[in-house]
Design a protein around this ligand. Sequence first.
Ligand SMILES: [Zn+2]
Length: 265
Amino acid sequence: MIIDCHAHVGNMGGRVWTPQELLAQMDEAGVDYSLLITLEEQQENKQLTIEEIIQVCEKFPRLIPVGRIDYNDSIKEQTDKLIGYLKEKKIVGVKFYLGYQKYHANDSKLHPIYKFCQENNFPVMYHTGMLETGFPGLLKSSHPLTIDEVADAFPDLKIIIAHMGNPWIMDCAAVMLKNRNVYMDFSAYFTEYAPIKDADTEFFVKRLSEVKFFLGDFKKCLFGTDWPLYSQKEYLNAVQKLPMTDEEKELVFRKNAKEIFNLKV
Ligand SMILES: [Zn+2]
């Protein structure tokens, strides 16, 4: 079984991507389940709401919904709503977009949702690393080192650093090595909306081999793509080229996602 822990549908790259297209990609790649992460609200780009994402996943059970918090005046209301959805098992985790919405991971307004997730064993995920060129966000809030503060304040909270903090991958690895419950996903490393070339995969393997040398293993890594930015099949091929033991493969492609998100698959 293969689980992609990071995919989206909706308005991206100037068009709307449908759940049916994602399912077709999954069939082609041999991916069994994808976590469908609610995108952040942006001014011009209307995205699917959490409720719409939940509906999509009810219709297509191979897609599993993850909610998100938008950093605005209604964090308290959003927190209450998300806690309700988590309790009802309508969503399996919560994503935070940090730099895209110019807020810091350890902002005290987010502590109530962190506290609930820590006490009830639900994971949180952060966008880290690069922001789209020209986007009015803040890289400072997007740096993986900021996640250390949350992990320090909430040591039992399960945290996934999305995109390995790229280009700050070693910083991400340092936060993972220091904090027991911090993981990373391999998503969104390559040039967006372009085929993944062999030379790119070689460089990916080289960089991630250094990360493995530092961490000792890939046991706290998860397979994720950030579809529709890439062909899921090409991304899977690239990740399969990483030097992984059978135990690491089991964790990366299945077990970590299953356990962290409490999936019944
Ligand atoms: Zn994403």
